[in-house]
Design a protein around this ligand. Structure first.
Ligand SMILES: [Zn+2]
Length: 203
């Protein structure tokens, strides 16, 4: 069994979505002034590889702690897309629990272009996904929407799906037979950083 970590490291100075608060991890007790280390964290919940719960765009939608863990893991299909996920990219998605969109956009992580002109889903693709049994969608870019838009978020989240953004290392997945795990903190909020990983199941 092989495990591939699909998360970006959460660290001070890391890029965050435009207008989001910064990620601040402060070691308030350290080995220079004491015998142990103790830190506090102040961050927007959409920092790094993270999940948006339905509540992010839907006032009666589930918050992170209300999403069952079993709904955050499962058989995944990875589709390779350059810029826009179109209806024809979503063939044979029966029996798929999680859809992962691989665009290689994560190569731009840390550069300004990462948040500009990013890959996204078309409206038709979002509609097909909401009509399928897919529980959630992950992407290796900053959003499922083009910059400045929220239509796709609204469509997916108001239909009870979750979205994982800023995935990393998808290029390391060579197998098509893969299980995906997106594990958030049990936060009573609209989002959470996740430890995302793939388990390669060899036959
Ligand atoms: Zn988000």
């Amino acid at each position: 069994m092989q495990i591939i970590d699909l998360s970006h490291v959460l660290t001070n100075g890391m890029p965050v979505f435009p207008q989001d608060p910064p990620f601040i991890l402060e070691e308030i007790i350290n080995f220079e002034n004491d015998l142990y280390s103790l830190s506090i964290l102040k961050t927007g919940l959409h920092a790094g590889t993270h999940i948006d719960a339905p509540y992010h765009f839907h006032s009666s939608g589930r918050k992170i702690n209300q999403i069952k863990l079993k709904d955050l893991m499962g058989t995944a299909k990875i589709i390779d897309v350059e810029k826009e996920v179109k209806a024809e990219d979503l063939q044979s998605i029966e029996n798929i629990e999680i859809l992962v969109i691989r665009t290689s956009w994560s190569n731009k992580w840390g550069k300004k272009e990462y948040f500009e002109d990013n890959p996204y889903l078309s409206r038709k693709a979002a509609e097909i996904i909401t009509e399928s049994q897919i529980k959630g969608v992950g992407i290796d870019g900053p959003s499922v929407d083009p910059p400045g838009e929220i239509t796709i978020h609204k469509k997916l989240l108001t239909n009870g799906l979750w979205v994982v953004e800023n995935l990393n290392n998808l290029d390391q997945i060579k197998s098509t037979n893969v299980e995906i795990y997106f594990i958030p903190l049990p936060l009573e909020g609209e989002a959470s950083p996740v430890r995302a990983f793939a388990k390669i199941v060899k036959k």
